[in-house]
Every structure is written in C-alpha cells, then in structure tokens.
Design a protein around this ligand. Sequence first.
Ligand SMILES: [Zn+2]
Length: 266
Amino acid sequence: MAAFGRSNILAVCFPVLLALLFQNTHRDSVLEGVPSGKTRVLDLSYAINDKLVPWPGDERFFEATVNARVEKNGYFTRSFWMLEHYGTHLDAPAHFPPGKTTVDQIPVKQLFGPAVVIDVRAESGKNSDYQLAAARIENWEKRHGRIPEGAIVLLRTGWASRWPDVRKYRNQDEKGKMHFPGFSPQAAKLLIERKVSGLGCDTLSIDHGASSDYAVHHLALGAGLYQLENLADLSELPEAGAFLIVAPIKLEGGSGGPVRIFALLP
Ligand SMILES: [Zn+2]
C-alpha cells in the first residue's frame, strides 16, 4: 500500500518501540534494585528442620547430625538426611509418569517466570475440599490478560496460616482422609494449554487433600510441568506483576527435592 507512507509506519512503530524499551529498562531496574533494597523480594520457602508437616505415613523425614564443632575441631559441619518431598519442595515430572524429566534435568529457563496468583482464600475458607474451577482462571485473564507462556501459577488458599500445625494443616477426618483445597483437573488442563512452566500451592499437594487418584499430578507432570508444594505465606504477592525465581536442589536422578523460591515484587 503506497499510501501508507514512511511517517505512518514510524507513527505506528515508535510507540511500540518505546513500550519495549520501557519494559526492558523496567525489568533491568527490578533486578538491579534487589541488592539496594529498592526491589522487595519475598522468600516463599520454609526453613528446613525436623518439625515440618510430613505426608501422612512418612515417619522418617529429616535428620541432621553435627560432625564437627568449632570448640573441638576448629570448624563446624553437619550432615543431613531428608525425603525429597518434605517441606517446601519441587515435584519433578518424573515423580509420577515414568521416563519423564528428573529434577536436575528441568530446563533452567523453566525455573524463571512471571507469577500468576489465583486467590481462592474465600472459597477455601468455606470449603476445605475446594478445587479450583477453570472459570476462575478465565476470570483472572479477564482482569490481567491471557496467562503468558512460561508463567508459574500459584494457588493462594490461605492454608499457610495453619503451618506448621500438623493437625490443622493436614485437616484429616476420622478415617484419616485429608481435607485441603487444590487445583481441579479442568483447571490443570487449561493451564497446560497455556503452556505454563509450573503450578504451585500453599498446601501439602497440588491435588486437593481428599483426592485418591492424584489426577492433577498425572496431568501436569505428564505434560512436563513441575509442581511446588508447601509454599510459604503468599498473602503479600500481587495477583499479577511479580516474577519468580525457582531454585531446586540439583539432585541427579531426583523425583523432586527441596526448593528455594524467590518472588521479586513489581
Ligand atoms: Zn511432592
């Protein structure tokens, strides 16, 4: 189209360029603001000790032994033993479907991504068996735009306020069945379609507590997503705009393992 002259192209391109530039400067300054304290960083991981909430049936989960003391040896060291799935941890795809990625093989770029926070504290407060409806994700998208590829989707249930009280956090009935909220298979399917990198929650499991088939585990891990469980308090995270750095232990062949998760606030 000859009539669409150079100045018109400039008029269209310039604002786009400006937006891109601004975005880059903004992102750089978010990272640069970390050491100076301008950018707030939330640590979404619990410190590891022997008093966290283990999965029912796990009787041995963490032990630390002092091997050397400053007074005796001139230096201090310990050795420790723990389950891969204890405290704030990552489930690698290999946790359920055989032949999938182990924790050391997760591509590094999947460990960085924008945080999508779905707040279901109201629903979870009324119903401990609440499962995230796909409509709630669509509702998030109406307000913040389509969930970007590579996002990490966190379910904020408010369950962290019960941590580390074993009885309240597991919320088991008289038959031993647990009751806490989680993702639904329909929600997981939608998020897999969006090509997100991982799912996370502030409860013991991505699947709701009463689940016996772990349908979301099968779906999400089967699609190559990883899962973050027992996340610490998510109440300070905005629904959109934070950026996550997920740093799991690089344990060769591991089904998962302890993970340190940082959220950079906008
Ligand atoms: Zn796990």
